[in-house]
Design a protein around this ligand. Structure first.
Ligand code: ATR
Length: 276
């Protein structure tokens, strides 16, 4: 039996635990396949997509910074990828077309939004920090849950405007004004890559926050970013992106293999033991 090949494209990729997740499931379900890290430059994307077209690669995930960048190389985008113009899962369909999908929205809905079921989400003020590849998925997942007051702030203002053009109900807060506005927020979602390097590179102080604030970091590795540590110290409820990561992976796996893999305890332990 030939071994199918899967992988994740992005740069940097050293933090990614996707190979552990998918290779665990391949073994568990006796699927002859391997999932690897494919760290590439933008100029190499076209070649990778060609491999999918030629059946040399059977599915890829896409991460920082290529979730939007990859779209012009695809034949079509569907479902949540179409809603968000953000692609994290690619495969070849039965008609031989290279299709981009998005499983981040599913990951956010199941990994984070579900945890807040006791919270009056609809009336909460939620600020998203960052307007990069994953930000549209956060906005769309919140919108699906009926959150009405969604704010966004990004170092590069223009990218926040791009989000607003797609989702006009989102309000922009200037990056310089975060510390002023933060006192009104019920939930902060960090969708920037700040924190990946295990240090607090936010210039903002986030001093005057509501006592019942919830802080959510999309980053899952390190499991406690400097911001999570900072908020925890203040007694604020925090979540990392681990569950979102596992759920998006589960949906990608099921799209590729037509099999919904189980999130068993051994897997969760295995992932947890790999985290920084
Ligand atoms: P992702 O797929 O994780 O969203 P991305 O598309 O590369 O990755 O986006 C990274 C996000 O982190 C962006 O919002 C980026 O802000 P800019 O649009 O201004 O680049 C944000 N980010 C990265 N480094 C940052 C820094 N040093 N200060 C502030 N924001 C930063």
């Amino acid at each position: 039996m030939i071994e199918k090949k899967f992988g994740i494209i992005g740069k940097p990729l050293s933090h990614s635990l996707s190979p552990i997740l998918h290779n665990y499931w391949f073994k568990k379900y006796n699927i002859s396949a391997n999932y690897s890290l494919i760290e590439i430059e933008p100029s190499e994307i076209e070649g990778v997509i060609k491999k999918i077209r030629n059946n040399e690669l059977h599915g890829i995930n896409v991460t920082v910074p290529y979730k939007q960048f990859v779209i012009p190389f695809l034949d079509l985008i569907i479902d949540d990828a179409k809603e968000t113009l953000s692609v994290n899962t690619i495969s070849l369909n039965e008609e031989g077309k290279v299709v981009g999908n998005n499983t981040d929205v599913y990951g956010i809905e199941n990994g984070f939004v579900k945890k807040l079921k006791n919270q009056n989400l609809k009336d909460n003020k939620v600020i998203i920090l960052g307007a990069g590849g994953v930000a549209p998925s956060v906005v769309y997942a919140l919108f699906n849950k009926g959150v009405k007051k969604i704010f966004i702030s990004n170092r590069t203002h223009k990218k926040a405007e791009d989000i607003k053009r797609r989702y006009p109900f989102v309000e922009i807060i200037k990056w310089e004004n975060i510390d002023e506005e933060i006192k009104n927020m019920d939930i902060i979602i960090n969708a920037t890559s700040l924190g990946l390097e295990n240090e607090n590179n936010f210039k903002q102080e986030f001093k005057h926050t509501k006592p019942n604030l919830v802080y959510y970091d999309i980053i899952y590795n390190p499991k406690e970013t400097a911001m999570i540590k900072k908020f925890k110290k203040k007694g604020i409820k925090t979540f990392n992106g681990l569950e979102m990561f596992i759920y998006q992976g589960q949906k990608s796996f099921s799209l590729w293999n037509k099999l919904n893999p189980e999130l068993d305890e051994e897997l969760i332990q295995k992932i947890a033991s790999e985290l920084k």
